[in-house]
Design a protein around this ligand. Sequence first.
Ligand SMILES: *[C@@H]1O[C@H](CO)[C@@H](O)[C@H](O)[C@H]1NC(C)=O
Ligand SMILES: *[C@@H]1O[C@H](CO)[C@@H](O)[C@H](O)[C@H]1NC(C)=O
Ligand SMILES: *[C@@H]1O[C@H](CO)[C@@H](O)[C@H](O)[C@H]1NC(C)=O
Ligand SMILES: *[C@@H]1O[C@H](CO)[C@@H](O)[C@H](O)[C@H]1NC(C)=O
Ligand SMILES: *[C@@H]1O[C@H](CO)[C@@H](O)[C@H](O)[C@H]1NC(C)=O
Length: 408
Amino acid sequence: MELSFLLILLTFLPVSQLARSPIVIGMCIRMVTLKCLIFLVPGLLGSKFEAKLNKPDSKAPCMKTSDWYTLWVNITTIFPDHDKCLVDNLKLMYDEDNWYYNTEGIEIRVPGFGETDTIEELGVDVPYFHNFVEHFVKLGYTRGKDINGAPFDWRLAPDGLKRIRYYEALHQLIEDSYNRNGQTPVTLVAHSLGGPVSLYFLSKYVSSDWKASRIKQFVSLSGVFGGTLKIILELISGDEQNIIRARPLVLREALRSFPSSVFLLPSPALWGEDEAIVVQPKRNYTSRDYEELFTDISYTNGSRIYNEVKDLISDFPPPNVTHYCYYGSDVHTHANLYYNSSFPDSQPVHIMPDNGDGTVNERSLQSCRLWRDKQVFPVIEKSFVGVSHRNMVLNKEVLAAIEKLVLS
Ligand SMILES: *[C@@H]1O[C@H](CO)[C@@H](O)[C@H](O)[C@H]1NC(C)=O
Ligand SMILES: *[C@@H]1O[C@H](CO)[C@@H](O)[C@H](O)[C@H]1NC(C)=O
Ligand SMILES: *[C@@H]1O[C@H](CO)[C@@H](O)[C@H](O)[C@H]1NC(C)=O
Ligand SMILES: *[C@@H]1O[C@H](CO)[C@@H](O)[C@H](O)[C@H]1NC(C)=O
Ligand SMILES: *[C@@H]1O[C@H](CO)[C@@H](O)[C@H](O)[C@H]1NC(C)=O
């Protein structure tokens, strides 16, 4: 394996590179392993969940008891009323000790930490990072060795992830892998919500010294650094176009219980006080009016969650490592939402178009620019025309660009 990789690599390397000393300090290429370690941090809904049930009071068609099974993504949700079971099992509760927990009678775990299989396929026939990982395996990478996944409980925001010791685990995983692979620095590749989740890790969790030796570069693919309008739609009236075809108003209950949804609300730093992002017959709302919006849509826990998560990265803290900010552009994306008097219980009657990647608005995708003046390391931005939010993890051009980064 190592040898064949060497041969492949040699044919790609410019001659000047070969003439250099065997160990090129500060680069990932070493004559010993020839690889830059890759760590993948998935996005919202992008980690598989397994569950075990003991819910004697559940009503059909929901299961009462079970051994561990795939809760997310499980295609049985498309059957009538199964969306309710999913919501019942996925939604988060909150207690007086300021902590989140699952509904009674269910245990949930995120399988495959450190591996890639559970983020390659989220469920039967629900591919995610598969093409990405395959691309690098063909170049000589080995799953779980030099290409690793860091799936997480995407219902939580970075503060919650810190509390369940996700960042500690990620730190340890990188540390172990770095040492096992001859102290090779790491390329962190994050998609979607994984962008801000990784940013929190880099800017608030680890030290500059640690980053200097361990992190070669941070690559974000459609990083949602400044939130997105689409999440407001989901919190107000649920989403029609979701991967599991649940009813919007049913799914809404679960989405409203996740701190991660609220964490992704459009940033007041990017959406001004003169921009009516939600319009309904009785009034307009800007990014300064979230508290009133929550009250008007009877989202009773919204304000509490918002206050927990709103300042986690609202000042756009720089990752303080070399950053490649990759995102899709020129895909029709949601802007201002116009509701009729059925607000908030029906879908908007009109949605203004915006530029973006179909899920995230351009201004949020481009907010990595704000780091240029805040850090000495370069921030390199690149847009991929017509590549949608989800396709950023499998588009050939994107993969070729990342290949260049990890092999140079
Ligand atoms: C999907 O969920 C159903 C119950 O809704 C369960 O019986 C089945 O085992 C699950 N599928 C997988 C692959 O775990
Ligand atoms: C708000 O959170 C509390 C505590 O978890 C929960 O009991 C309540 O049902 C939630 N409210 C709604 C409307 O979901
Ligand atoms: C950024 O990283 C450099 C080099 O590792 C370090 O000297 C500097 O103190 C860091 N800046 C901040 C704000 O952490
Ligand atoms: C709400 O916004 C719309 C569109 O931006 C505007 O036409 C309308 O005057 C605004 N209404 C109020 C009450 O501010
Ligand atoms: C509001 O619009 C929705 C479609 O988005 C429609 O189903 C509903 O009947 C409308 N309500 C009123 C009061 O016109």
